[in-house]
Design a protein around this ligand. Structure first.
Ligand SMILES: Nc1nc2c(ncn2[C@@H]2O[C@H](COP(=O)(O)OP(=O)(O)OP(=O)(O)O)[C@@H](O)[C@H]2O)c(=O)[nH]1
Ligand SMILES: [Mg+2]
Length: 356
């Protein structure tokens, strides 16, 4: 399953424009419908993988993919909250991208723009959605107790602890949980427990978001990293061929497309790394959590390989790209034979040996 990131934020903050910056290509925009929402698959740019492709000239080239969902917000019910009705859909997200308007003077509701306040308000919507869920569950537990049914005191205690935090406006990711509490809470897919990135969608006058101190501080308080870029400009650039894109970046004094920065930040946030498999048939990237052992990584490729795992022939992509030969890496001993519990490193090229 591809990593899936959901874009949420205030009305007119630029969610769809950020989505375009991610999914526009010179051939057009790649997305499909997920109900009223947009779903886009984006290939993860990786210079190491591209260099391996150039080396092997494989029949098939398969970068990792990240899916982005541009969430269509329903009208806010009277006295209600925007995200509560979407809690089930949003529960599927691996992480959120919180888009904040940082261009112009007026926000999407016709009020003077205040990016920090806008972020805090989105964060509070997330907290409200979780609070509703906690209260519903606690209500059920109460009901079960009254009927003399057996309940789980550990679950109730974790929910009460979460409720207290949420009532103080604190996202659940900012609460210290022990392993048992975390396991109990995981099944609820609480939204404020999920990691989140903040995107400051800036105007053309402040492409790097240098004037956004208050927003950055608000993001810090929520435990979120902030990326600033002008989504409208990035969406335009994403439609250009590579060489025109490079010239465009240079004109605006930018180093790389925001899409790359955003995906890299998401990998950092979720503690993900890539390893590669290579050959004349296919050069391919695989996404795993940092700390994954070789045998479990093999299971990503195929369950048979995990089951029959013997050894992982492993070389760092930098070494392989230096010698341009698997055999040369074996000769100079940069190629190693690793066992089941070897911790796969970012950028490893692996050939699994296994019993079929
Ligand atoms: N000047 C400027 N305008 C932008 C930028 N990004 C988006 N806009 C404009 O802001 C308006 C809203 O952008 P959208 O991307 O549709 O925002 P949204 O969050 O998807 O809006 P809703 O889905 O309606 O909530 C559009 O008119 C965009 O052209 C930007 O970086 N700079
Ligand atoms: Mg939109």
């Amino acid at each position: 399953m591809a990593l899936s990131l959901y874009l949420i934020g205030a009305p007119r903050s630029g969610k769809t424009t950020v989505f375009e910056a991610l999914t526009n290509t010179p051939e057009g925009r790649h997305f499909s419908a997920k109900g009223a929402h947009h779903l886009g698959m984006v290939k993860v740019p990786d210079a190491r993988l591209a260099a391996l492709r150039d080396m092997y000239q494989p029949e098939k080239y398969t970068p990792a993919e990240v899916s982005f969902v541009d969430v269509a917000l329903p009208p806010v019910p009277e006295g209600g909250h925007a995200l509560s009705s979407l809690a089930a859909l949003l529960g599927e997200a691996d992480a959120f991208v919180l888009v904040v308007q940082a261009f112009g003077d007026m926000d999407g509701r016709g009020k003077p723009l205040d990016p920090a306040a806008q972020l805090e308000s989105t964060a509070l919507e997330i907290v409200f959605a979780d609070l509703e869920k906690v209260e519903t569950r606690l209500g059920r537990i109460e009901h079960e107790k009254k009927r003399g049914l057996k309940t789980n005191p550990a679950e109730e205690a974790a929910l009460q602890k979460g409720k207290a935090a949420l009532e103080a406006g604190t996202p659940l990711r900012r609460v210290g949980w022990n392993a048992e509490e975390e396991k109990t809470l995981r099944t609820f897919q609480f939204l404020s427990m999920k990691p989140a990135l903040v995107i400051a969608n800036t105007g053309e006058g402040d492409l790097k978001g240098e004037t956004l101190g208050a927003l950055r501080q608000a993001a810090d308080r929520l435990g979120c990293e902030t990326l600033a870029f002008c989504a409208a400009l990035e969406a335009e650039m994403a439609q250009l061929e590579a060489s025109a894109q490079a010239a465009f970046l240079k004109d605006y004094g930018l180093e790389e497309p925001a899409r790359i920065r955003l995906i890299q930040a998401a990998y950092r946030l979720l503690n993900l790394i890539s390893f590669f498999t290579v050959g004349e048939d296919e050069v391919r990237a695989w996404t795993i959590r940092r700390g994954t052992h070789a045998q479990a990584a093999a299971g990503k490729v195929h369950s048979d390989i995990e089951r029959g795992f013997i050894r992982a022939e492993t070389v760092a992509s930098a070494e392989l790209l230096k010698t341009k030969s698997w055999a040369a890496c074996r000769d100079n001993a940069t190629l190693r034979l690793e066992g089941k519990t070897y911790e796969v490193q970012d950028g490893d090229v692996i050939h699994f040996r296994f019993n079929a």
